[in-house]
Ligand binder design. Structure first.
Ligand code: XMP
Length: 506
């Protein structure tokens, strides 16, 4: 087993980024609940502990706290933002509201510390706080300051306790990766034994031990996670896997055929269920986005159940669950903005003896790397997110076959143009609005729908900025869509970020 760094979660938005940046430095990391007991921590024998940020104020009642005993286990601890404040508060220091909160990148002055080895003395750091440590606990010294924060970082070398008020895990802190590396290698003494290459071997072995000669079923959507899951399983248990691909008819141009051709060559049984008519008939008269999502999700489960009962003696269900799915479902959920539906999200009452989730330890970018190693085509491995309900939620209002055909054509043109860009936005697609406008084609007046283009820059897909696409490209897309697709009168560009908008229109 690899050396482990525990990331204890206090509700900060960067917990996955922290765990991912640790893994990126070849040290295995896992996110756990902030209040995990010191006994439990000791049982896992991590080489280091990182306390995340969080939205609370340590001096208010009911703010989450860690088990105080973890500070005396002799295991190195790095508290980040709230994590640093909590550590200082619990060990006898003081935290108070700052006169001026700091939000954004600010200049800091760093002192000599193992944490800052090879980092310039003047370093830009990302701050995002309204509280700060006003008095350090006994045994601690300040090792960084900014104009508004005397204790921007602190250490107690003999106790192996470190704190940073800023966020070294984000790209906005200069040399943040170096600071994380220093904590792992200079403070925790990591050897860097986490390699993704071993993951395939370990999983192949463990899948074989679990499945033996039995059969496995997988709902394949053609998305990155289920595709990599299928590739890994077909390597581990050739000939024992059946993939059911429910074609709901809301896929993009040629997408269903591409998925079929990528998987029909592999050592598995590929079943494509053509359920287009069935899904379309369910969409009749439905225009509310949430209703569309719910109906499609429910119908998907029904089709999958029907198909899976046709295949006898399959005790195992495989799912492309990945690590963030598990971390997210372990935490508190906010308000439901959209009921996201994924084909992996099957109900618990399906009649399987056991579920296999061979990607459940990996982050998305690790899954993509694994997919490449398993020989999946780039187009599948680097695929942009695509909602489970597909184009049905990119056609505004009621979904019909005609509207889907118009959107498919416009979307294919948009993708062809943006695929050719050197620095592409992170996600892009077309939307068919339910607004019609007047136009003129030849000598004729037209009254046809408007197509909207969405192209966004994002790392996490939880927030995004609209992409500042060059007007030349936008112009070309617009003229191609209006001339090549009959019945589109006008093309508009969506220049809204998230928040306040969402990425998808429905
Ligand atoms: P929103 O529209 O919620 O989308 O800002 C955020 C990201 O999630 C994708 N998305 C989905 N992904 N099932 C998915 O797997 C869904 O039902 C779904 N709806 C939205 C969206 O494309 C964006 O990348």
């Amino acid at each position: 087993m690899s050396e482990l760094v525990l990331v204890l979660d206090f509700g900060g938005q960067y917990k996955e980024l922290i765990a991912r940046s640790v893994r990126g430095l070849s040290v295995y990391s896992e996110i756990r609940m902030g209040n995990m007991s010191a006994d439990e921590v000791q049982r896992l024998s991590p080489i280091g502990i990182i306390l995340t940020g969080g939205p609370n104020s340590v001096y208010l009642p009911d703010s989450p706290m860690c088990d105080k005993k973890i500070f005396s286990l002799g295991i190195p601890v790095l508290g980040i933002c709230y994590g640093m404040q909590m550590m200082c508060h619990m060990l006898g220091g003081a935290v108070k509201r700052s006169e001026h909160g700091e939000y954004g990148t600010v200049n800091s002055t760093l002192k000599a510390s193992a944490l800052f080895k090879d980092v310039p003395k003047k370093n830009a750091v990302l701050m995002s706080h309204s509280d700060q440590v006003s008095k350090l606990p006994k045994g601690f010294v300040s090792i960084a300051k900014t104009a508004d924060c005397e204790n921007a970082a602190c250490e107690n070398v003999s106790a192996k306790l470190y704190g940073v008020q800023f966020h070294p895990e984000t790209g906005h802190t200069a040399n943040g990766r170096e600071i994380m590396r220093n904590f792992l290698y200079r403070v925790c003494g990591a050897s860097g034994d986490y390699k993704l290459d071993d993951y395939i071997d370990r999983q192949v072995k463990s899948i074989r031990e679990k499945v033996k000669e039995e059969k496995v079923l997988l709902a394949l959507s053609g998305g990155v996670d289920s595709s990599v899951c299928a590739a890994l399983l077909s390597k581990a248990i050739p000939g024992q896997l059946t993939c059911i691909f429910v074609d709901h008819g809301f896929m993009r141009q040629n997408e269903g055929d591409e998925i079929e051709s990528a998987f029909s060559k592999r050592n598995l049984r590929f079943v494509r269920v053509n359920a287009k008519e069935r899904f379309l008939s369910k969409m009749k008269g439905v225009s509310d986005p949430e209703q569309k999502r719910k109906i499609i999700g429910a119908e998907f489960i029904r089709v999958f159940e029907e198909e899976s009962t046709k295949i006898k003696n399959v005790p195992f269900l495989a799912q492309g669950t990945i690590y963030p799915d598990i971390v997210e479902s372990g935490g508190k959920h906010g308000a439901t903005i959209k009921s996201h539906h994924n084909v992996g999200g099957l109900p618990d009452n399906l009649k399987f003896t056991a579920v296999i989730e061979p990607l459940s330890g990996l982050f998305k970018d690790e899954v993509r790397i694994l997919g490449k190693k398993l020989g999946l085509p780039q187009s599948l491995v680097n695929r942009q997110p695509f909602p489970g309900p597909g184009l049905a939620i990119r056609v505004m209002g009621e979904v019909t076959e005609e509207k889907l055909a118009v959107l498919r054509g416009a979307d294919a043109i948009l993708r062809e143009e943006l695929d050719a860009m050197k620095r592409r936005p992170d996600q892009y697609f077309a939307v068919l609005t339910d607004t019609r406008t007047v136009g003129v084609k030849g000598d004729d007046r037209t009254y046809d729908p408007v197509v909207a283009i969405r192209a966004v820059l994002t790392g996490d897909f939880m927030t995004c900025d609209y992409a500042p696409l060059p007007h030349k490209i936008l112009g070309r897309i617009s003229s191609r869509i209006t001339s090549e697709i009959k019945s589109v009168s006008r093309v508009v560009y969506d220049i809204t970020s998230k928040p306040p908008a969402t990425v998808e229109w429905e």
